[in-house]
Design a binder for this molecule. Structure first.
Ligand code: AR6
Length: 341
């Protein structure tokens, strides 16, 4: 099941458990720790007193008391000393051990704050990267709904380089208006060949028709397109999964898609997903831009240069970066819808 980045106060999140960024005494403190103890009430502190503290990187579980969750998992993040004191491993251990405890207790959902990124001084972009990579790895083999709760917007600061590179890519392509349709003579060819209307907006289609001789490598052939015109989204998705030699579980995990939603799509040949879901599958299947556009079209969508969301997706496909969690991190930073979930 998926990872969702949300902006909220963790004490308000409804899940089976929330994680507390505690200190080794487990007897409360400031920041998220203080907020959790205030919201849970004194009984939480009483139970914490019986636990005998907790070492950095380890995790312990208590009940949730007045919080809207069954459990609180307390973990102790590392204090940032510049990065050469095993901080990254210890922070990764916090997420791993908390997730292991959640699994042991058969929890279905859990919410994390950005551990160590407040009083303990861990740079927020690095803390976020570690969180996303450990949680992402865990979710490839485990079924759980994980929320990563980002308290303030400034917490999500993509690395300067990635941010400016995406921004440049958007600036180069972003257009306010929809691009014009094809010239009348091209539309005529499309009509003659009985290509449905929705294909008219497809740029690659134009080059496929106008370019004489063999198709460029990577471009799909017109014959293929016409043959597969009747295929539905669900049929195309299942065919691509087979062709790529992937399993269902691998596909929905890499797409950050819930297993139940996937089985709905598998069982309903006419299922029409939303755009973020359709794109999430394209990412999981590592489709190139043309293939992505084909799959989207089956769900009635296209990629456009008048949408920042679409341009960011194109950026990652162009870069060959198909890590859905990194893509979501970027979408989040640019205030866009996230993929999957
Ligand atoms: N909901 C979600 N996130 C929050 C909330 C909240 N209510 N409050 C703060 N954050 P910190 P640490 C974010 O300092 O760095 C305590 O005194 C905050 O913006 O809570 O691991 C403990 O007792 C930041 O991004 O935890 C320890 O002594 C993140 O949560 C020490 O602080 C973590 O900030 C632990 O420091």
């Amino acid at each position: 099941m998926p990872l969702e980045l949300i902006r909220d106060d963790i004490t308000k999140v409804h899940a089976d458990a929330i994680v507390n960024a505690a200190n080794s005494s487990l007897l409360g403190g400031g920041g998220v720790d203080g907020a959790i103890h205030r919201a849970a009430g004194r009984e939480l502190l009483a139970e914490c007193r019986t636990l005998g503290g907790c070492e950095t990187g380890q995790a312990k579980i208590t009940k949730g008391y007045k919080l809207p969750v069954k459990y609180v998992i307390h973990t102790v993040g590392p204090v940032w000393h510049g990065g050469n004191n095993n901080e990254d491993k210890l922070l990764a251990d916090c997420y791993k051990n908390s997730l292991a405890l959640a699994k042991e207790n058969n929890l279905e959902s859990i919410a994390f704050p950005l551990i160590s990124s407040g009083a303990y001084g861990y740079p927020k972009d690095k803390a976020l990267k570690t969180a996303i990579s450990v949680i992402g790895e865990f979710l490839l083999n485990n079924d759980m709904m994980v929320f990563l709760v980002v308290f303030d917007k400034a917490a999500v600061t993509l690395s300067e380089k990635l941010f400016s590179s995406i921004k440049q890519y958007i600036d180069d392509r972003y257009i306010e208006e929809h691009p014009g349709r094809y010239r009348p003579e091209v539309q005529h060819i499309l009509k003659e060949r009985h290509i449905p209307k929705e294909y008219y907006l497809e740029e690659p289609m134009l080059s496929a028709i106008e370019e004489p001789g063999p198709m460029k490598k990577g471009k799909r052939s017109l014959d293929d397109l016409v043959k597969r015109m009747d295929e539905t989204f669900s049929q195309m998705l299942l065919r691509l999964i087979d062709e790529k030699g992937m399993t269902d579980a691998e596909t929905y995990n890499k797409a950050n898609i819930d297993r139940k939603l996937f089985s709905k799509i598998r069982n309903d040949i006419n299922y029409k997903p939303g755009k973020p879901t359709a794109i999430a599958f394209a990412i999981a299947l590592r489709l190139n831009l043309d293939e992505t556009k084909d799959l989207l079209l089956k769900a009635g969508f296209a990629l456009s240069n008048s949408s920042k969301f679409d341009i960011i997706i194109q950026y990652f496909i162009d870069e060959g970066n198909y890590n859905i969690f990194e893509i979501n991190e970027a979408l989040f930073a640019f205030d866009q819808h996230l993929l999957g979930v």
